[in-house]
Structures are given as C-alpha cells and as structure tokens.
Design a protein around this ligand. Structure first.
Ligand code: ADP
Ligand code: ZN
Ligand code: ZN
Length: 726
C-alpha cells in the first residue's frame, strides 16, 4: 500500500497537504525532498515536510506525488523543522515559507546545471612580465588582492568591487592564470589581525569558551570599537574546530570593504548571499555552504535559512537594524531566527551593535543574554563632543542655523570634512501657494507630495505617484508657490551656495540608485579633501568617514513625537549611528544637533550620558506601560477599497477573540497612521499579551476566523508578529 506524506505547497493556505507516495516512484519518501505534485489544475513544486501523517481523508480521495525532483533532499531535516516552526510562530502559510526558504532556482522543477566557478591566481611567469602601467590603479590593486588571497573566483572579484574589464585586462596581459578548484589554505597563510585590547580579548575568550553550547551574547560597542575584529577572531577559532559560521549583515552594510576584510582574513572560505547577486550566483553560494565546500556565509536577511553541514557560530551584526525584519508577506525577523538556529545547533550566537535594540537590552536585563562590552574605541579614537543647538526663534537659512554654518566654515578651513544629516530626500517636503494656501497633496495617499527640483517633479514617497512641478497654483493661478522646509536636495544647493570652493556630495536614494554610484560617491569622500557630505540614513550604515570632524543633524524632532512608541528608540539609534560615522584617533569629532525641543528628557540623556542610559530610560517607560519588549505584541492589518470594509473585517476577528483582561489586551480596529495609501484604506488591530503563549493562542483563533470570513474582493490582510512599527 502507498505511504502518505505531508507536502508544503506554495499556496496561500495556512497548512500542509497530504499526498500518496506511490510505489512507482521507486524510492522511499524522505523529509526535505522536492517533489512535483498536482494541485487543483496546476502542477507545482513542493517539499516533503512530514512522513506518515495521521490523515482522516480516505486514501482513494488523495492525490499522488507525480515525481521526485532530486536525488537527495534539498533541505536537511533541521531546516524543515525550522520552516515548520517559523510558519507556526509567524502564523504564515507553510508553503509560502518553504517557497521563500528555497533558493529561487530550486522553486522551479529543474534547476539549471551548475557551471563550475572559474578561479584565478597570479600566473607563474608573472615576475617576467613588464610591470603594469602605474596609472592602472585598479589592476595593480586587484593583482595584490589576488596574490594575498591565493585565488579568487570571478564572482568574488566582482563582489570586491572590481569590474570585469579590470579582471580581463589582467588575464589578457598574462598576469593571471586559471586555478583549478579552490583549495582551503591553511590558517597561518592568512592575516591574523591586530593584537586585541583587553576588552576584545575578554569578549573573544568568553565566546570561544562556549563554542560547544547554545549561548547568547550581546556585543555592545560603539562604531570603531573593534566588534568586527571580535567576530573575526571568534570565527577563526570556530574554523579551526572544523565548523562553519553564519554571519548576518544588514543589506546596506554588506559593502565590498566588509567582504574584502573577511576574504583577506579567510581566503577562499567566504561566500556572500545578498540581493545584488543573480539567482545563479546565490544558488552557488547556497550550495557551497550547504555542501560544506565553504565555511563562512556572509549574508543579508534571507541567508538565515541556508543549510549548513556543521554550524558552529552565528553572528548578527548591527542587530538593531530594521532591515532584518521582512516587511511584507512572511514578516519574519532574521535576527530572531538566527538565535533560534543557534539554539537548534547548540552553538553561540553573537548579536553586535553600537546601539542595541531595547529587545536585546531587555534580554540582558533578564539574564537571557550575556553582555560583552567594548567601551574604548580600538586604536584610541576619542568620543565625539555632542551638543544640542536650540533653534527656536532662530533665523534658519534653508534649515541651517548660523552656529552650524559657522562651524562648517571652521571645519572646512581646518582642512576637514563635514557631514550634514537630514532624513528626508528631495528638495522640499511641502509645496504651498502663498496666495490661497493650497498644498500639493497626493491624490492616492494621506500624504504630501515632495518637490524634486532637479527633475521638476512632485513625487509621493509613499506610492511613487509623480507629476510635473507646477509653476502656478492649480487653484488660484497665483505664481507665488513656496517650498516649505528642506530636503537633502535643497540642503545640497544651499551648501554649494555658501561654500562654492568645496565639493558638496549628496548621498540619498536619488543619487545612489544607479549600480556602483554609492561606491564612487563614497570613494570621492574617502580621498580626504575638504568637502561636505549631505545625506539621509544611507549615511548611517556601513561606511566610515575618517576625515569628517563635524556632523550636523538637521531635524530629528519628528522621531520624538511620533504615534509609534518605538520611534524615539529608532531616532536615538539613528542619531548615534550617524554621529559614529565620523572622526578617528587624531581627529576628534563634534556633533551638532538642531532641535526645537532642547529640553526633551530622552534627548538630553542621549546627549549628555550616551546611548546606554538613554535606552535604559526608554526601557523603563516601556516597563511602566507594559509595552514590548516587556510584553509581546502582534498587529493584524487589513486594507481595502473603503475604510469601512477593512474595519468591519477586523471587528469580526476581534469579536472571535477573548475579551481583554489583566494578561491580554486588544486595541482597535484603528485607522492606520496614514490611513489612505496608494488608494487603499488601511486599518489595524493591535494585540498585546504578558506572555507569548497567550498571544499565540489568540492569533491562531484570529487567523482561523480571518481565513473563514467571507471577504470583500478588495480586502487584503496580514499578520505581523513582533512588529517593528504600527
Ligand atoms: P567595529 O566593527 O566595532 O566598527 P572594527 O573591528 O571594524 O570595529 O575596528 C575599527 C578599526 O580598528 C578597524 O580598522 C580595525 O582594523 C581596527 N582595530 C580593531 N581592533 C584593533 C586592535 N585591537 N588594535 C588595533 N586596531 C584595531
Ligand atoms: Zn493658490
Ligand atoms: Zn501617494
């Protein structure tokens, strides 16, 4: 008789499906095998997630698996377990979870034949060749990198920021020859790094003292305190035990410099996994790690699902970063799943940050995480001097106060660089008619259009609607249209006017959308000439600007008074991260923060005492109000063509849930802070519980109810467990 299997089928239903495993398949069923199955009128690719399920459907009503797609299971059992756990935890359809956990090329029935990667090394007769022309800097530097690494694949070379023409020039010149297969070099071939300071040493020995067991560490240290060095040493120890490492980095932090640093330390052992790679390239990294051919995976969010042969250490850098939380569909937190993986593999996990999340600090307070602190900056850079500039009743020049302009002047004169931070791109966030008061609003959202001067456009930053910048008021035909408030584009122009003799470099989504443009802008700054950098939060991550000695922060007040209780935490992190981009040992930095609320208690604590006391103060407030991370929450969101429709749906869910009590509360349905977005009306139901099991019990009821309700055809809804915003 045929056996039964449960399959994760890529469909929006919140369950697995049982199928017959016919004798004709001529092999046993195994967990993690990819199979082809009939589903409705389609033929889909699914994954076997359970064997011999208890099934109350008579077997003559069940369909049979059509074929097995691979010789071996694509996913090992630990990853299948993880997927099932995560589907439960996030109350998300298990088939979609598995679909996302598989590399894109494995979502189709037949994965492409794997092309072996081509590796290059310095050619044997390289000494005999004429030297490379001294102006070909890129070629010279690439040759040095390859010599150091022993050998590198075309992919790795590209990841390090070298273009194909540069590589081809070296190949054509005979400087390189093809290497056979990558060989793992012995550890002593590679650079072993600087002598650690005592705090780093302490951190490394604590982490390495627990490589055999599940242990959670929060590595708290300002930018430049040597966290990465701690990771690298712990990784080296882990590799020497024959184990592998998973290191997660926020998308924007995975720069060629980061990769190069890992690659130089561990030549040939590192694979990258991020959205800049093609599907084929991602698949190759995935295979190299899951087969054990490579030891270190350096990747962004989705890399957390990669199978490992022998995972010995998990690292999550910049653990507070919001990009670890997927913000649509399956709203998982890669940071939290990374901790789960370490638990499954009984190995340590290190969460690192200069501005730890309140979640992690709370876990430290509860003795769940052990705190490892790096208080000094490695290489002895001093702490920047942070000051609040009260701009109430001051005349601002396009958003810039006189004090900030004067300080900019001094800094440039001293031959240094200035960074001006404003988290708002475009020319101006608001266009208004001086005649009648008309405001350029988005037609589809409850939001104002942002003026983009260079492109002569009004744009909505929420739905991407665009229209031409009007020259007269559409309402009263007055030509006096005024731009209220600055964006980065306006600051750039204004600073160019004030300081015509220096370069003003703007970094935001508009100036860095072309591939490689971020890198060339950053290179321009790193050459050290006096210049001014203007930008959004893209400046707060990944890059260090050693010649910047003045940081001006234009407007953070918005973050202090948001509807979302998490906003002050995020503003404080952003502020500290921006401030931390600047300065080095011989060039201490100054940070000026313009504000209308110089007496704001949290802001004062942040400036005078630093991030830790600031965070503890916020945590105490959360404690008092019983807000996460002290309690646990979830948001059920719905959007539809009318607000009524979205609210009715959520009300019906609410009616099915337990009434609020001491341990459990429901708020809503409430209209979302921006109720109308891209023409759809949005509402939310906020659930909060003292303990996780209570929350999950209610969420299960909510999902069951929501799935069963008859819905207006325009209605969409989603569940967000451990949300990071409203
Ligand atoms: P973080 O990751 O905390 O920003 P890094 O590990 O990148 O810090 O260290 C900042 C800089 O200091 C790097 O250039 C690194 O090579 C250097 N560095 C780190 N640790 C030491 C040390 N113990 N001695 C000298 N230089 C160090
Ligand atoms: Zn008007
Ligand atoms: Zn819009």
């Amino acid at each position: 008789m045929s056996k039964l299997v449960t399959i994760a089928v890529p469909c929006p239903l919140r369950r697995g499906f049982d199928y017959l495993w016919p004798e004709s398949l001529a092999r046993d069923a195994e967990i993690g095998l990819r199979v082809s199955i009939p589903f409705g009128r389609q033929q889909l690719v699914g994954v076997v997630i359970a064997l011999d399920p208890v099934c109350d459907i008579p077997s003559n009503k069940l369909k049979a698996v059509l074929s097995v797609l691979d010789g071996q299971p694509s996913l090992p059992t630990d990853i299948v377990q993880l997927g099932r756990w995560a589907a439960d935890y996030y109350h998300h359809p298990v088939g979609d979870c598995f679909q996302q956990m598989l590399p894109v090329v494995l979502r189709k029935a037949s994965p492409p034949k794997e092309k072996p990667a081509q590796y290059w090394r310095v050619s044997d007769n390289n000494e005999a060749l004429p030297p490379i022309a001294s102006r070909a800097h890129q070629q010279i530097s690439l040759l040095a990198v390859i010599r150091q690494a022993g050998q590198l694949s075309r992919r790795q070379i590209k990841d390090l920021g070298y273009s194909n023409p540069v590589l081809n020039a070296l190949i054509n010149g005979g400087y390189l020859q093809q290497a056979d297969t990558p060989v793992a070099p012995s550890p002593q071939d590679s650079d072993s790094g600087p002598v650690l300071n005592s705090e780093q040493q302490q951190a490394v020995s604590t982490i390495c003292g627990s490589l055999d067991q599940f242990a959670r560490y929060l590595l708290d240290g300002v930018t430049g305190s040597g966290k990465t060095e701690v990771y690298l040493r712990s990784i080296a120890e882990c590799l020497s035990r024959g184990e592998q490492v998973l290191a997660l980095i926020p998308e924007i932090g995975l720069t060629p410099q980061t990769l190069e640093r890992f690659e130089t330390r561990f030549p040939g052992q590192v694979r990258a996994l991020h959205s800049g790679l093609s599907d084929g390239e991602r698949y190759r990294s995935w295979q190299d790690i899951s087969s054990g051919r490579a030891r270190i995976l350096l990747g962004t969010r989705s890399a957390v699902f990669t199978p490992f042969q022998k995972l010995g250490l998990v690292i999550v850098d910049e653990e507070h970063d919001a990009s670890y939380k997927q913000q649509e569909g399956w709203r998982y937190s890669a940071r939290d799943i990374a901790v789960k993986r370490a638990a499954d593999h009984r190995c340590p996990v290190v969460l690192g940050s200069a501005t730890p999340s309140l979640d992690s600090l709370h876990n430290v307070g509860q003795d769940r995480y052990q705190l490892l602190e790096l208080r000094e900056r490695a290489g002895h850079a001093s702490k920047p001097d942070i000051r609040l500039l009260d701009i109430r009743q001051q005349n601002l020049d396009e958003g810039l106060s006189k004090t900030l302009l004067d300080a900019t002047q001094d800094t440039l004169q001293a031959g240094n660089q200035v960074l001006i931070f404003l988290n708002r791109r475009g020319f101006s966030p608001l266009l208004q008619c001086h005649g009648c008061g008309w405001i350029a609003n988005c037609q589809a959202c409850d939001a104002k259009m942002t003026a983009h001067f260079g492109r002569r456009e009004l744009r909505c930053h929420h739905c991407d609607a665009r229209e031409a910048l009007p020259s007269i008021c559409p309402q009263c035909h007055n030509s006096q249209l005024i731009f209220q408030g600055p964006g980065t584009e306006r600051l750039e122009l204004s600073l160019k006017r004030h300081f015509p003799e220096v370069d003003v470099i703007r970094i935001d989504r508009d100036t860095t959308s072309a591939k490689g443009s971020m890198q060339s802008l950053v290179d321009g700054i790193r050459d050290g000439r006096p210049s001014i950098l203007v930008g959004t939060q893209m400046l707060a991550k990944g890059h260090h600007f050693p010649d910047v000695t003045l940081v001006g922060i234009i407007d953070i007040d918005g973050g202090l008074f948001s509807a979302d209780f998490r906003a002050p935490e995020r503003s404080g992190q952003l502020l500290v991260q921006v401030a931390g981009r600047a300065g080095r040992a011989d060039k201490p930095g100054r940070v000026y923060i313009q504000t209308h609320c110089p007496d704001h208690p949290a802001l004062l604590t942040l400036v005078s005492e630093g991030y830790q006391p600031f965070a503890q103060q916020l945590l105490a407030e959360r404690q008092l109000l019983s807000l996460p991370p002290v309690s646990f929450s979830a948001v059920i969101r719905a959007d539809a063509s009318t607000l009524r429709c979205a609210e009715d749906f959520l009300s019906a869910i609410r009616a099915a849930l337990a009434p609020g009590d001491n341990n459990w509360s429901i708020v809503g349905p409430l209209p979302a802070p921006m109720t109308r977005k891209a023409g759809r009306f949005r509402a939310a139901l906020i659930l909060q519980a003292e303990r996780r099991p209570i929350l999950h019990r209610q969420l299960a009821i909510a999902c069951h109810t929501g799935d069963g309700l008859s819905k207006h055809q325009s209605l969409r809804w989603s569940v967000d467990v451990d949300p990071i915003d409203l």
